[in-house]
Design a protein around this ligand. Sequence first.
Ligand code: AMP
Ligand code: MN
Ligand code: MN
Length: 378
Amino acid sequence: MTVDHSPAPDQRSGAGSRSAGELPGPDIEAEWSRAVKILDGAAEICLACHVRPDGDALGSMLAVAHALHGRGPRVVASFGDLPFEIPRILRFLPGTGLLSPPDAVPGRPAVMVTFDAASPDRLGLLEPNAAAADELIVLDHHASNTGFGTVNLIDSGAAATAVLACELIDRLGAQMSREIALGLYAGLVTDTGSFKYPTTSPAVHQMAARLLAAGIQPGAVAHELWDRSPFAFLGLLSAALGRARLESGAVAGHGLVWTTVTRGDRAGHRLPFEVAESVIDVIRRTDEADVAVVLKEDDGGRWQVSTRSKGAADVGRACVALGGGGHPLAAGFTADGTAAEVMLALREQLDAAPMAPADEAGTGGVGAAPGRSRDAGR
Ligand code: AMP
Ligand code: MN
Ligand code: MN
């Protein structure tokens, strides 16, 4: 069976019908020009990335904040979470001092730019501000992006939003400083899974080379993002791994492995929600399962669900059907109810999710053709 990963026609950007990696030149050129013109002429620019930001969302936004800073306009950068907490693993990024809580963002911004958000609801508390903005520039790489901006810079073939942020920064004529490079590198390395996912093209490595030349120390970034955690994390990981279930017959026989990380796992040690984020990277190692799932209970008692596929199932479609979003190989959604109920609903969607043929699965076999937009990034 062939799977068409391009967005449905009614989901396509108003600024031209775009499918993965097939951006019509004149249209996208016109969008870039409009974006630069709007930003060059603005007295105040509001930046917003998706809620509970990851390295791509926050890194891309901070890189653009640095590039705009000092060029004249007032820059307000935020994300729509309250309490407003910058994930601890991202606090090493330069420029977190440039961030403001969402209530500091004007209710009706003249110009707003969004980062790594596939739909307006991913902006959380800043969704109404985006809806009211006179000009809304959407920078994103999710195939499911609805093109909700007045200017849509959306490329589902891009490995990360950071790739688009880099293009914007270049087009603004800003110099590549170490601060800018660090934000962009955090986005690139996060969404390519440290240059492991199939989106890791020669162009990705060329961009990485340029960022390293600007002064990035890759080992130091990797240490901050993945190679450290409080001792109590080991207990949480142990509890989550101990609860893992393998369902070999699920996903049409391709196998499913899943577990939970509850508030209880975190409470005793006052661990923040974000420590649960890395559990999926251990769970998804399981050879016997194509699909890996982690249900992470947030502080409000809702499940934030992470899903990953090795190529047999389109988890992006399954998650979109459950009100979430993401990419074919990495996606998520938010749910209420018991873990068993959530898994029941997800299994149903996974069984219904069309399977990609093995040779197009984008599992990143060595030498996989670059430019095919099997986008496993986040
Ligand atoms: P994560 O599992 O959190 O690393 O996210 C994987 C991908 O799914 C990213 O592209 C996220 O933006 C997307 N995603 C995760 N959770 C949600 C959600 N609740 N709603 C929409 N998209 C999500
Ligand atoms: Mn991303
Ligand atoms: Mn993201």
